[in-house]
Design a protein around this ligand. Structure first.
Ligand SMILES: [Zn+2]
Length: 370
């Protein structure tokens, strides 16, 4: 259930935004840094004031949840927002450099199934490869190669969602083979294309269930790595929870084959850190990945606040988004999101119930003290 929702939300985000800057998080970063290079590329509107601004507006920043991004001033006006008198966003035009990069992005979008090397792209833009690479990175925050790979992967996701086969989707998006996709895709752009298929269709998933202090814990994995952790009072409950996300997958209980995972879980409940080197097969936005990586660095028995995490990612205003990334963590314990707490130390939401979060923390605490 969560997986499907996440996918379609990510997809909408990408489809809405063909103009360059990849995500709302990138845009928010530009606003937080009052980045003039991003002026003319998008505007942001504030729900509470009804006003929209360009990224570099010197006015005080609203909180992220008050903000809606629009690619153009017109669109903000049509939605009933008025232009800020201070920064005059309707006058903002992309710099010549930004326009050039936008043009290159349109070229990339139209030629995803062609060869798109740095040489070819810089020739298109009329710059030296070195200068092109640097300019591109300054405007969009990622390298041309990362941009091309991300666009190709989006195309694969789109066509899988439309019911195309994996092979055909990959081919149409300019990937010459499956292994090439796996090799070339940076992990934070999401991995296994199979998982994007509805309900895990075509995926073979093995799982094991252990009994623990917090009830039954189910850990499921594809051949590539752990893909789900579910908690519940009974075996039926945890199996039902797995089926909700992976109703179309081929599910097999395999305690024997999952031994290394079972042992990792049992030793976790016995006071050991869950091994960090076991592979994962979860898909996520770049932001979710960064949050989850950060969470994995919180030592056993310690906690950090949502705002600590937001701050260490360089996006102090993104506390809410951090909380959302915790709530959508598909592999509890493996990514120990229970170690993230509210500013006052309060145990805010946990996908598997606040009581379980409390128990996990007190268990880790006790081990630490003895
Ligand atoms: Zn303004």
């Amino acid at each position: 259930m969560l997986t499907a929702q996440r996918n379609s939300a990510d997809l909408q985000q990408v489809q809405k935004d063909q103009r360059g800057i990849a995500t709302d998080v990138e845009k928010w970063k530009a606003v937080a840094g009052r980045d003039e290079a991003k002026d003319g590329l998008f505007v942001f509107a504030v729900r509470s004031t009804g006003i929209y601004c360009k990224p570099s507006c010197p006015a005080r920043h609203p909180s992220l949840e008050q903000v809606i991004f629009f690619s153009q001033p017109d669109a903000a006006e049509r939605s009933g927002f008025r232009a800020c008198k201070r920064c005059q966003p309707q006058e903002a035009r992309p710099s010549a450099r930004a326009q050039l990069i936008q043009k290159t992005c349109r070229y990339i979008e139209a030629n995803l199934d062609e060869k798109l090397t740095l040489e070819i792209l810089s020739r298109q833009a009329g710059l030296s490869p070195f200068h092109f690479q640097r300019t591109f990175k300054r405007i969009l925050g990622i390298s041309p190669r990362q941009y091309v790979e991300a666009r190709r992967l989006e195309k694969v996701k789109r066509s899988l969602t439309n019911g195309e086969t994996v092979t055909k989707s990959l081919y149409n998006a300019g990937f010459t083979s499956k292994s090439r996709l796996y090799e070339k895709t940076p992990p934070h752009f999401g991995v296994s294309p199979g998982i994007f298929r509805r309900g895990g269709e075509g995926l073979r998933i093995h799982y094991t269930i252990v009994d623990s202090r917090i009830g039954r814990v189910l850990l499921a994995a594809t051949q590539r790595g752990a893909c789900a952790v579910c908690m519940g009072a009974s075996e039926e409950a945890v199996e039902a929870a797995l089926k909700e996300d992976y109703y179309a997958a081929d599910l097999h209980r395999d305690d024997e084959g999952m031994k290394k995972w079972t042992e990792a879980l049992l030793s976790y409940f016995d006071g050991q850190e869950f091994p960090r080197d076991l592979p994962l097969d979860v898909q996520a936005t770049a932001f979710q990945w960064r949050v989850w990586k950060e969470i994995q660095s919180i030592p056993y028995g310690q906690t950090e606040t949502y705002s600590d995490i937001a701050a260490s990612l360089g996006t102090p205003q993104a506390t809410r988004a951090v909380a959302r990334a915790c709530a959508t963590n598909p592999v509890a314990i493996v990514i120990p999101c229970h170690r993230v707490v509210g500013k006052d130390g309060s145990l805010r939401g946990y996908a598997w119930g606040v009581e379980r979060k409390k128990t996990l923390l007190s268990l880790e605490n006790k081990v630490q003290r003895t």
